[in-house]
Ligand binder design. Structure first.
Ligand SMILES: Nc1ncnc2c1ncn2[C@@H]1O[C@H](COP(=O)(O)OP(=O)(O)OP(=O)(O)O)[C@@H](O)[C@H]1O
Ligand SMILES: [Mg+2]
Length: 440
């Protein structure tokens, strides 16, 4: 909605302040434009002019709802329902508010009323709460269950911490923060530490977030489910809530299990712009599914990964959710040396000075190092095809490849530096500052 339209409407209203339909229209436009306070004001004025105006009452309740003023919203809705007991939109809003307030019994009654008025009525979020359980996910009979497993493959990773070069700090943190609590829940409880909750890995691309999550599952011989949030959002528009629920169910049934959410910021980004699209339900549901896992110590480890932690809604970082945050930095020289050794394991090599190559590759990510090795191997393959004799990979080949493939992590730090310097709430990005050697 252009601000020009709003301005013109405001002028028109000033010109004829008693014109109820005009003012109502302005209020509606403001509401659609997320200007809840202004919309509230206009709806109130309409009601001053026209006491029983149903549209204005409903609109006013909506502005309250969006401002999370739930109890006043309910007062307005009750008055409306007194006049029009079967007003579908009012009942629907009422039902949603009661769910938000956790008044499930009242919400259920209204939900039944909605179904009476319209038996074909479907609402993913509300259905999730109130439909009979057999109509939800049931792996034995439900087709959706099968779909879920088709979309998300369960895998038992063959890599473990031994396959992860360097990253000693990250491995240790994961061990202390999620593996040990899983193995010794009673001990942790005795010291007042709760097991469960999730960890969030963040850092520049290619530095091993996904790889480390997979190795974590391998380390404890757990199943690994890899979920790309963009896939969830794209594939399931309209049906996401139900699928999200099925996904968490799948994880519960496959425990021990590492449930890995990649690009998790996509879910938490731009919450305001999502408000009207139904995606905010998805976020709320995601959070409550997470809370459920955390509360029940379910042997499901939740790991999220992101390149853009600053886009993540802070609600994701509350206790029991992604409350442990780990910066996955580019590997240091020793780490690079180990990664190179891992990448060249079981490959034909001539005596290689790994240390020298590690020295020549500051800022290279694990993925960059892998790219170097791949380049060198391709080169050797071509040579072998031409000469008919297989040749081992040499120091020279690798150094040549470092000239062809440059480090890719710098750009990320350009962005991250700004967030670390200017919006480092609660020391969230202290590790980034430390890496960049910036003193606070
Ligand atoms: N510490 C490491 N040890 C061995 N290999 C590594 C390591 N870090 C990265 N790699 C290699 O680099 C590849 C890319 O890493 P990965 O996909 O985990 O990066 P990422 O941090 O998830 O990147 P993105 O942010 O782009 O998703 C891995 O598949 C692996 O082969
Ligand atoms: Mg990744």
């Amino acid at each position: 909605m252009s601000s020009e339209v709003i301005k013109q409407l405001q002028e028109a209203v000033q010109f004829s302040p008693e014109n109820v339909p005009l003012r109502l229209h302005l209020a509606q436009v403001l509401l659609q434009d997320f200007q809840y306070q202004q919309a509230e004001e206009q709806y109130r004025k309409v009601l001053e002019l026209s006491h029983d105006n149903i549209a204005a009452q409903l609109g006013l309740a909506r502005t309250f709802y969006h401002q999370q003023k739930y109890s006043v919203a309910i007062v307005v809705l009750e008055q409306l329902e007194h006049q029009e007991p079967d007003n579908f939109d009012a009942l629907l809003l009422h039902c949603r508010i009661l769910v938000k307030e956790n008044s499930m019994e009242g919400a259920r009654d209204i939900y039944q009323h909605l179904l009476q008025l319209n038996p074909g009525f479907r609402d993913e979020a509300l259905d999730g709460y109130f439909r009979a359980p057999q109509q939800q996910y049931n792996p034995a009979s439900d087709e959706d269950g099968e779909d879920i497993e088709k979309i998300f493959t369960l895998e038992k990773p063959e890599i473990n911490f031994n396959d992860v070069g360097g990253m000693e700090r990250e491995k240790q943190e994961i061990d202390l923060k999620i593996i040990k609590p899983l193995q010794f829940p009673d001990l942790y409880k005795a010291y007042g530490k709760k097991a469960g909750g999730g960890i969030l890995l963040y850092g520049p691309p290619g530095c091993g977030k996904t790889y480390l999550a997979r190795a974590t599952a391998g380390q404890i011989q757990a199943e690994f489910i890899n979920v790309g949030i963009h896939d969830v959002l794209d594939m399931w528009i309209g049906n996401s809530e139900k699928n999200l629920h099925s996904l968490f169910e799948l994880a519960r049934e496959s425990k021990p299990c590492v449930l890995f959410f990649d690009e998790v910021d996509a879910l938490g980004a731009n919450r305001t712009s999502m408000r009207n699209s139904g995606a905010s339900h998805l976020i709320n549901q995601f959070l409550s599914e997470m809370d459920g896992i955390a509360a029940n110590n379910e042997n499901v480890l939740i790991i999220g990964a992101t390149n853009a932690p600053w886009s993540l809604d802070p609600a994701f970082r509350r206790p029991g959710r992604f409350d442990r945050i780990i910066f996955v930095a580019p590997p240091d020289q020793e780490g690079r040396e180990e990664i190179l050794k891992i990448q060249l394991r079981n490959k034909p090599v001539d005596s290689i000075d790994y240390r020298a190559i590690a020295k020549a590759t500051p800022g290279y990510s694990g993925a960059d190092l892998k790219a170097i090795v791949d380049l060198a191997i391709e080169d050797k393959l071509m040579e072998a095809l031409q000469k008919g004799i297989p040749q081992p990979i040499t120091q020279k080949d690798l150094l040549k490849a470092t000239k062809l493939h440059r480090a890719t992590t710098r750009e990320w730090f350009n962005t991250a530096r700004n967030y670390a310097l200017y919006s480092n709430e609660a020391g969230l990005y202290d590790e980034v500052l430390k890496y960049l050697d910036i003193k606070k």
